[in-house]
Design a protein around this ligand. Structure first.
Ligand SMILES: C[S@@+](CC[C@H](N)C(=O)[O-])C[C@H]1O[C@@H](n2cnc3c(N)ncnc32)[C@H](O)[C@@H]1O
Length: 402
């Protein structure tokens, strides 16, 4: 039994391990799940307490290495979703898709769900349509831009497509900052087939803590909308200072001077007055000048995929006679995503940053699995349950990562 480095959040404190450190994911009494766009496997890791991984897919060879280093390799199928046929997939209780966000994020171009990357969500639905028995519970996860942009128009397209297929659907926002010192709001769309007898305690009469203004606006007037309900988590106990490697090497004097010079004077003043030992920050362009903007709420900014050097997060550390500065370390990045210390992260700095920057935070998914998804799976009809608990037939051997 491995005990996670962090024990402040439920459901990830202990993780059963197989030999060679892989997450134990198959148990015949757990409902099965399929993971599309599985990336580095943090979703599969977080679901493992309540669900058995049957099949996973991603196109990226580097992320495949991370996935296969931590999960059963034979369940993983590398390649484009466009080449996946639903006829080859095992029946499952749950189908999860953390589909690409580039066309939906605030920073991205405005292509939305019709663009080539975020539009892959339609491929997920195409695969579901091809399955003789599509999963009765679906989850799609993405950035909040999916509901907040264009007054929810993007979200409504997806909602309509799910409702047409016989699902009742609700969306909500969970921010990883409730569990981890990282601001990472994400939208979760949870759909249950109309045949699922949803327990009344999972539903509210109207918006609750899960529903942002943008979600409420996007939901207005929609058929088959559900106000999902879960208990509010306890206040976070993990602070940024517990995540920081205080002894990690910092930039040399020349590089430090150059980087610290980018901090606006107002941010220096706030840092000095804050009493904080360390402040994270991103480089940004403001009025055509590059600046290093710090935050002072003892929380890291949202990790994202590094494109070039500009989207990597810095840490400024106070010293008696000034300050040191460096990039976040690989271990800090993994901790900020809630990955356990045993989670294998092969590759160089940028590979790890990319694998984690794209991922879903472990305690968020674990919370959702515990308080909503496992309860929906338990409410499946006996026929649906029997089908999704059947020994898996994962459609050919798993493919090697690289
Ligand atoms: C938002 S990330 C999901 C990350 C994942 N949930 C995790 O925890 O690491 C989107 C993923 O979609 C994958 N992807 C992009 N295009 C794809 C395609 N055509 N077929 C399959 N996967 C694709 C990317 O490699 C990336 O890992």
């Amino acid at each position: 039994m491995y005990v996670s480095r962090f024990n402040n959040y439920e459901t990830t404190t202990t993780v059963e391990k197989k030999p060679r450190g892989r997450t134990k994911t198959l148990s015949l009494d757990k409902p099965g799940f399929l993971e599309f766009f599985s990336g580095s496997g943090l979703v599969s890791h977080a679901l493992a307490r309540h669900f058995s991984l049957l099949w996973a897919n991603d196109i990226c060879p580097k992320k495949a290495l991370v996935f296969c280093g931590n999960h059963e390799r034979e369940k993983f199928h590398r390649g484009s979703i466009t080449a996946v046929s639903g006829l080859d997939l095992p029946p499952a209780a749950l189908s999860w898709a953390s589909f690409p966000c580039q066309d939906l994020s605030v920073a991205g171009k405005a292509g939305g769900l019709q663009a080539s990357r975020s539009g892959l969500v339609w491929e997920w639905l195409r695969v579901m349509d091809e399955m003789p028995a599509p999963a009765p519970v679906l989850v799609a996860e993405n950035v909040v831009g999916l509901v907040s942009r264009q007054g929810g128009r993007q979200y409504r397209q997806l909602h309509a497509a799910l409702a047409e297929r016989g699902y009742r659907v609700g969306a909500f926002v969970l921010d990883a900052v409730r569990w981890l010192p990282q601001s990472r709001p994400r939208i979760f769309i949870v759909a249950a087939r109309q045949t699922v007898k949803t327990p009344p305690e999972l539903l509210d009469a109207g918006p609750n803590w899960l529903h942002s203004k943008a979600v409420v606006a996007a939901a207005r007037g929609l058929d088959d909308w559900l106000w999902w309900k879960m208990p509010e988590p306890r206040p976070r106990s993990l602070s940024l200072s517990e995540v920081v490697d205080w002894d990690a090497p910092c930039f040399d004097d020349a590089a430090a001077q150059k980087t610290l010079a980018l901090i606006p004077a107002s941010h220096w003043r706030r840092f000095l007055a804050s009493g904080l030992q360390a402040a994270p920050g991103y480089k940004r362009i403001r009025q055509k000048r590059q600046v290093l903007e710090l935050r002072f709420d003892d929380v890291a900014g949202c990790l994202r995929t590094p494109q070039g050097g500009s989207s990597r997060q810095y840490l400024v550390i106070r010293e008696a006679d000034g300050a040191r500065v460096r990039l976040l370390t690989v271990d800090e990045i993994a901790r900020l995503m809630g990955a356990p210390a045993s989670y294998k992260l092969p590759g160089g700095y940028n590979d790890v940053y990319k694998a984690m920057g794209d991922a879903a935070a472990v305690p968020v998914v674990a919370y959702l699995a515990r308080h909503l998804l496992s309860k929906l799976a338990a409410a499946l009809s006996s026929e649906e349950r029997a089908l999704t608990l059947k020994a898996p037939n994962p459609g050919g051997p798993g493919q090697a990562p690289g």
